[in-house]
Ligand binder design. Structure first.
Ligand code: FAD
Length: 394
């Protein structure tokens, strides 16, 4: 079988891989992209509920988790959300801001995959799907890869295989394997931006509340997010929970402010004064979903008219409303997680070029690295920015 020679070989035709491929192609490099899946950009297609939250206008290094919080700074500063928005505008893709700087396509995520593929075509990039890498080795002037689609040689090798989340979409730990092969440490991985599960008593206490949604302030350690929470059959989900899941470690307590922005004690005292004959559950149902208000009163707060609460009981109820302790038993895992925390240790990777400091010509970009963004378009912005950084150096 003939050897296919190129300048840059990218493994992974996802967000980071396709971006790096066309950017390198625009710099005159001969680029090949290979992916084992039958289709490119599967995660892009399923992202943002099918509308791809492709960036966040408020992106800053503070929106990322990594063992080295400084690592992402250089790449993010050199390829900004405005740069990607300019590309989206160039392709005449209509978009809107949903909330908190999150930009979504008006129509479909397909538009972002088309953008990437059109740029790849214009830059002369070859993209091959259904191609499995069998072996990687270094040769005198670069790399040789044995794949199910033949032998490839290249000067630079870019690993853009993503994380472990949603294995049914083609996710594998292959990038970690390559990293280890060339001496890199891989930091422990775990599911991120993922629903939390409850078991035993906490699950029973929420029984029958599945589908209830409310705004909460979810906190864990120093991290805190105010957004919607959804009670599910297995536990809790919704943006506030997905965000806090990145910071939660098994065994750690979670705290939910069920009345964010409201001083529950002052509010309860006011209602006792003004509406002493009303049941707490009735008053509470004006600020919380009715089913939840009822359950809180039955199990924790007390089920009686407001005037029958003494100051101590009122203080206890207020504490529970503003600081409800929740014990999660685990997460739903990689099956439903949007991202993977941990990954290739950035310690031996250049933050300006994403090149390995151990193996010249080897690059890691996107989610395979130990850089994980919050929910809200930050993960794609990292994919674009890290890909852009590598593409200037390959
Ligand atoms: C349901 C869901 C919704 C999401 N929504 C958003 C959102 O709206 N906004 C946001 O910013 N982020 C979102 N994310 C996260 C985002 O999709 C990822 O962070 C991003 O796709 C990472 O880009 P990547 O190129 O590093 O990896 P990926 O996009 O995952 O691409 C990796 C590619 O490598 C290929 N690959 C894997 N193993 C091999 C192998 N052994 N050989 C060859 N190829 C291989 C895969 O098939 C895939 O094509 C979402 C994720 C999920 C799961």
């Amino acid at each position: 079988m003939a050897v296919i020679d190129c300048d840059v070989l990218v493994i992974g035709a996802g967000a980071a891989g396709l971006f790096a491929a066309f950017s390198a192609g625009q710099r005159g490099r001969r680029v090949q992209v290979i992916d084992h899946a039958n289709k490119v950009g599967k995660k892009i297609l399923m992202s943002g509920g099918g509308r791809c939250n492709f960036t966040n206008t408020g992106t800053s290094p503070a929106n990322y988790l990594s063992a080295n919080p400084h690592f992402c700074k250089s790449a993010l500063a050199r390829y900004t959300p405005s740069d990607f928005i300019a590309l989206v505008n160039k392709h005449k893709i209509a978009f809107h801001e949903k909330e908190l700087g999150q930009l979504f396509c008006d129509s479909s995520s397909k538009a972002i995959v088309r953008l990437l593929m059109d740029e790849c075509a214009a830059a002369g990039v070859q993209v091959r799907t259904d191609t499995t890498v069998e072996a990687i080795e270094t040769i005198a002037d670069g790399w040789q890869l044995r794949t199910s689609g033949g032998v490839f040689t290249a000067r630079s090798l870019v690993v853009a295989t993503g994380g472990l989340s949603v294995p049914t979409m083609g996710a594998t730990g292959f990038g970690y394997q390559v990293a280890r092969q060339f001496g890199h440490a891989v930091l422990p991985t775990r599911a991120g931006l993922v629903p939390l599960t409850l078991s035993g008593k906490p699950l029973q206490q929420f029984d029958g509340l599945s589908g209830v949604a409310l705004e909460v302030q979810a906190s864990c350690g120093k991290a805190s997010f105010r957004n919607q929470m959804l009670i599910t059959h297995r536990g809790v989900s919704g943006p506030a929970i997905l965000q806090i899941s990145n910071y939660w470690q098994p065994g750690q307590p979670l705290h939910l402010d069920l009345l964010p922005g409201i001083d529950a004690l002052a509010w309860l005292e006011h209602n006792r004064r003004e509406r002493g004959a009303s049941e707490l559950r009735t008053v509470l149902a004006e600020v919380l979903p009715k089913r939840l208000a009822q359950r809180l009163c039955e199990l924790w707060l007390g089920d009686k008219p407001m005037r029958q609460f003494d100051p101590r009981q009122l203080a206890t109820a207020a504490r529970l409303l503003n600081d409800f302790p929740l014990t999660a038993s685990g997460t739903e895992g990689y099956r439903t997680a949007e991202v993977t925390l941990g990954g290739v240790d950035t310690n031996k990777i250049s933050s300006t070029t994403m090149e390995s400091r151990l193996q010249p010509g080897l690059f890691f970009i996107g989610e395979v690295l130990d850089v994980t963004g919050w929910l809200g378009g930050y993960n794609f912005q990292w994919a674009w920015a890290s890909a852009h950084a590598a593409a200037q150096a390959v």
